[in-house]
Design a protein around this ligand. Structure first.
Ligand SMILES: [Zn+2]
Length: 236
């Protein structure tokens, strides 16, 4: 079982860990800061090494309660401990875009009654799909951008905590964002709350305050069917 350091401290970019399993280019550690991907957030990249031994982490994935790191080349099986370092620019980009997506989600619900149906982030851009009942015009898209930037500028704290499943299922915000889809076996649910705006069950990494996001700039918008709309944005 891997200790998920990224869940406790999303700003942790360096760590030390013990090798639990090494198989070719794949490696399991007792603890890791590498996010294994999920919820629209890509897996982290970076390096693992000690002394002259060094490999790039080109991919990571969750397998049960463990995180598997995929290296660019195998390391000697005599190595027991490693230092890890994230490609921080990339990861921090994911964090800023991830928090921006949650703020956007909160705004389109609060101001337009629209529900998110999907989202994907990169380190330099993100997109969000939602079910939008109103007419889809450039004016509406401009209004979404303005309201989202207003909310970001309010310097809202981003709080991360756990709630017992039963309690989470009674929270209307969490029901709206489909907390019921979290597998039954998960008894304590991790919550990410943009104070006063958006509360979701979420396993990703976020910035601590919306002020770190900056501003969004919507670069494209389209209709994907009568109800489904998509927005793409960058941060500036
Ligand atoms: Zn999320």
């Amino acid at each position: 079982m891997t200790e998920d350091l990224f869940l406790e401290d999303s700003y942790l970019r360096e760590f030390e860990a013990r090798i639990v399993e090494l198989s070719g280019r794949e490696l399991i550690l007792d603890r890791t800061a590498f996010y294994p991907g999920g919820g629209g957030q890509p897996p982290d990249k970076g390096t693992l090494g000690i002394g002259p031994v060094r490999a790039s982490v080109v991919d990571a994935r969750r397998e049960g309660r463990e995180v598997v790191h995929v290296l660019d080349n195998p390391i000697p099986d005599t190595v027991r401990e490693l230092k890890g370092e994230l490609d921080w620019e990339r990861r921090y980009g994911h964090m800023r875009h991830h928090t921006a997506l949650h703020v956007l989600s909160g705004v389109i619900w609060r101001n337009f009654g629209a529900k998110v149906t999907g989202g994907q982030m990169r380190s330099d851009r993100a997109r969000m799909d939602f079910s939008f009942p109103e007419e889809w015009t450039t004016d509406v898209v401009g209004e979404i951008e303005r309201l989202t930037n207003e909310a970001l500028a309010e310097e809202r704290p981003v709080k991360v905590y756990e709630l017992p499943r039963e309690e989470a299922l009674e929270n209307p915000d969490l029901i709206r964002t489909q907390v019921n889809l979290v597998p039954e076996r998960v008894r304590m649910i991790r919550i990410v709350e943009i104070e006063g705006l958006d509360t979701q069950a979420d396993g990703g990494t976020h910035v601590a305050n919306t002020s770190e996001v900056g501003e969004i700039e919507i670069t494209s918008h389209k209709s994907k069917g009568r109800q489904n709309k998509r927005i793409e944005f960058v941060l500036r």
